[in-house]
Design a protein around this ligand. Sequence first.
Ligand code: ATP
Ligand code: MG
Length: 291
Amino acid sequence: MTEDFQRFRGTPGYIASGPLVDAVNCAIALGRPLLLKGEPGTGKTVLARHVADGLGMKMLSWHVKSTTKGADGLYVYDTVQRLNDSRFGTGDVSDIRRYIRLGPLGQAFASAERVVLLIDEVDKADLEFPNDLLRELDEMRFSILETSEEVVAKERPVVLITSNNEKELPDAFLRRCVFHFIEFPDVGLMRQIVDVHHPNLDAKLLDQVLIKFYWLREQNELRKKPSTSELVDWISALLRAGMTHRQLEAHIPFLGTLLKKEQDVDALRDYDERKGKYPARWADLGPRFNQ
Ligand SMILES: Nc1ncnc2c1ncn2[C@@H]1O[C@H](COP(=O)(O)OP(=O)(O)OP(=O)(O)O)[C@@H](O)[C@H]1O
Ligand SMILES: [Mg+2]
């Protein structure tokens, strides 16, 4: 592999699988946005910060909302400020450039150095949003109509786009991206992720925690399975309460950190009342965990 292809290698604060590292480097090498999908809480958003740290670049973020328009990312013309200035005579209103505010995409293009740009939750906005960005993301340039200036990226930014699958993205948009689905971490990867957030956790406690966590995720009745971020929070709660691995063997304390739907909490309470058994050893879980 050439030097240019192999650039991002992960950071101590983010455990990236091999395929994820490859996808990041592929997007960098092609100069195309990387579209990331995956269950909520699997580290899509925080990856951008770590890619920026790993590459020693600045990061810009654009958090998309239902009302966000594609053009907002390029620039906005602050007519209100200009009107105020003309009314109260506080500035030179003839220079329109003073009222052009670059959005995150505009700033990423205008930056003298290569930056990482996070476009978070692209599927929150309407379908026109990704379509409106096609040309700019391809050509990495746009014109400011009011001033007839053109902003051209000196260095193609490293663009990371996240989606939670709320809407299908248009094919024309997908064609321009490198795609990666963040698989839910297996036990080995999860041990490393936990170690980032809770270093030197007691090995027996960690085993109990992971056995309960993966068992919960295997319960098909659950409407929302707990994710990595919930696991990290759950361990924080257990540590603060000074729980030992023994106390975890027969029950799951602080359920509210793991389950976020009342039906799921109720289902587990029922299970408790019916004296349902909790697994305490890896052997109690299915063959997937015991190879
Ligand atoms: N691979 C990982 N390495 C280290 N920490 C991780 C990893 N994956 C997830 N986390 C932890 O999980 C938390 C949630 O991550 P993040 O907010 O990026 O998830 P997300 O995929 O963007 O979720 P959502 O779809 O809900 O926005 C992070 O704060 C981080 O602490
Ligand atoms: Mg996110």
